[in-house]
Design a protein around this ligand. Structure first.
Ligand code: ADP
Ligand code: ADP
Length: 226
């Protein structure tokens, strides 16, 4: 089943930058897809369009297996993890992960089991009362991942999430993301400029090139996670 479908999508920004040119892509349920390419080739632009955070200039974007809301966007089916863990400093770990549920009107009491479960799954069960400033970069990233997963989205979008972390932390997080993917069957689109990371993680690599941003190879892999 197709989770996201892009058809001949182009994105021209108002300053004249053609960030994406004629991108077509069908993402199948359960895939772990890496979007690989040099910086500036349009990976983030494509990811934002896939998330419904930006409209294409021409072409179509569709989420065939999602409920679509009145704005034509997928309803609560997409979790997003950015490179900068945009945590609220005045909230605890628990409070940060609660936020997406609070926005849906879920009470603290009803939210607690889901929050505790997702925090345990990223190894933060003992840090629920900590504040972001007390956490390492890797742990903040885990909080971001937990916050993206707490609503049980069908699709997890990650935009160069581990690029700013040291090599060992990054490898641990790669292992954890792979484990979460296997356990949940979630569809993942992972933006990276690391060939190693894409080969280690994915079962499909979509390679892009810049000026203008275009897909230039689409490689299905036989195995994932050596
Ligand atoms: P649009 O062309 O879709 O109207 P804008 O030019 O208004 O988009 O920019 C939208 C946002 O992207 C703004 O917050 C702006 O600061 C930011 N932005 C502008 N140029 C760049 C760039 N080269 N790279 C990344 N972000 C940018
Ligand atoms: P990547 O994620 O592969 O590094 P981006 O999607 O961020 O690439 O950017 C693709 C191109 O579009 C770049 O040239 C970037 O400067 C430009 N760009 C991105 N966002 C905006 C924006 N809001 N306004 C104008 N140009 C942008």
């Amino acid at each position: 089943r197709v989770v996201v479908s892009m058809r001949h999508v182009s994105k021209l920004f108002s300053n004249g930058t053609l960030a994406l040119k004629d991108m077509s892509l069908d993402v199948q349920r359960g895939e772990f897809l890496s979007l690989l390419g040099p910086s500036g080739c349009g990976k983030s632009t494509a990811l934002r369009i896939i998330a419904g955070l930006g409209a294409p200039s021409t072409g179509q974007i569709d989420w065939p297996s999602s409920k679509i809301n009145s704005k034509g966007l997928p309803e609560g089916d997409v979790g997003f993890v950015f490179q900068e863990p945009t945590l609220m400093p005045w909230q605890t770990v628990w409070g940060n992960v609660y936020l997406p549920l609070r926005l849906r009107g879920v009470s603290k009491r009803d939210a607690d089991p889901a929050i505790m479960e997702v925090l345990a799954s990223v190894g933060l069960a003992d840090f629920t009362k900590s504040y972001p400033r007390e956490l390492s970069g890797g742990m903040k990233m885990r909080v971001s991942i937990a916050r993206a997963l707490v609503t049980k989205p069908k699709l997890l979008l990650m935009d160069e999430p581990f690029a700013a972390l040291d090599e060992i932390t990054r490898q641990k997080l790669n292992d954890d993301v792979l484990r979460l993917w296997r356990e949940t069957g979630i569809t993942v689109i992972f933006v990276t400029h690391s060939v190693f990371e894409s080969a280690f993680l994915s079962n499909r690599i979509v390679v892009m090139r810049a000026r203008p941003g275009q897909v230039y190879a689409d490689l299905p892999l036989i195995t994932s996670g050596v």
